[in-house]
Write a protein that binds this ligand. Sequence first.
Ligand SMILES: Nc1ncnc2c1ncn2[C@@H]1O[C@H](COP(=O)(O)OP(=O)(O)O)[C@@H](O)[C@H]1O
Ligand SMILES: [Mg+2]
Length: 246
Amino acid sequence: MPPTAQPADSAEATGRDGARASPETVLARLEGVGVTIRRTPILRDLSLRLHAGEAVGVLGANGSGKTTLLHVLATLVVPCAGRAEVLGHEVASGSGTPARPRIALVGHQPALYPQLSLGENLRFVAQLSGRDAGKADRALAAVGLAGAAHRRAESCSQGMARRAELARVLMVEPTMLLLDEIHAGLDRDATGLVDEVVARVRGRGGVCVLVSHEPDRLAGLADRLVRIIDGHAVRAGVGQGSEAAR
Ligand SMILES: Nc1ncnc2c1ncn2[C@@H]1O[C@H](COP(=O)(O)OP(=O)(O)O)[C@@H](O)[C@H]1O
Ligand SMILES: [Mg+2]
């Protein structure tokens, strides 16, 4: 068993004005969002609200736009139609960036510099975000990677890279956590780590969005499920497949 993650040092989620977030607080609001990539509409008239303290599962077939949705929430993709507001900031060309320090995205590809060691990667993020190096080392230890801190990221397994990314999440304590197929390549012990990281973000009043093409993975982890169908977000669940998800 890997060691249990250590308690986070600080940080409760707050709104833009610094007020403590309550479950009624909307942390992200997408209204009629459209995203077109190379003239192909991927998201169309998609509406979704994310509240403080919740975990939302996003399902959908391959290519349905799940990753694209996460990229909008991460302010990396600007909608060509509709309106997206994330952590109090409009996602528009050049204006979504102030929200980014409070967002953590764990995507398909590990966000690690391949030629740096895991420790160097984590300490680099710590330095960029004004945290001390010790916090990076403690986060690595918390995900069971203390003994691998000197190993180059490029020589790590997919599962180790995922663990290192979870260490980054523990360290930066995001208000919005976006996990894209997080269970891919993870062993059973690390699955518990995902649960713990998600619980930690929610406990601080943040929000988690978990994308998966396997509904079973989200059982017990997400409070509600939405499914992307034809570019729209619809509430997922028995007999409710066509209801708007907002
Ligand atoms: N940068 C890109 N260039 C071209 N097509 C893209 C790009 N990103 C996504 N797409 C296309 O958009 C669609 C949705 O992709 P994605 O959001 O990755 O789906 P999912 O995560 O649900 O599998 C796919 O058809 C994909 O090929
Ligand atoms: Mg995807």
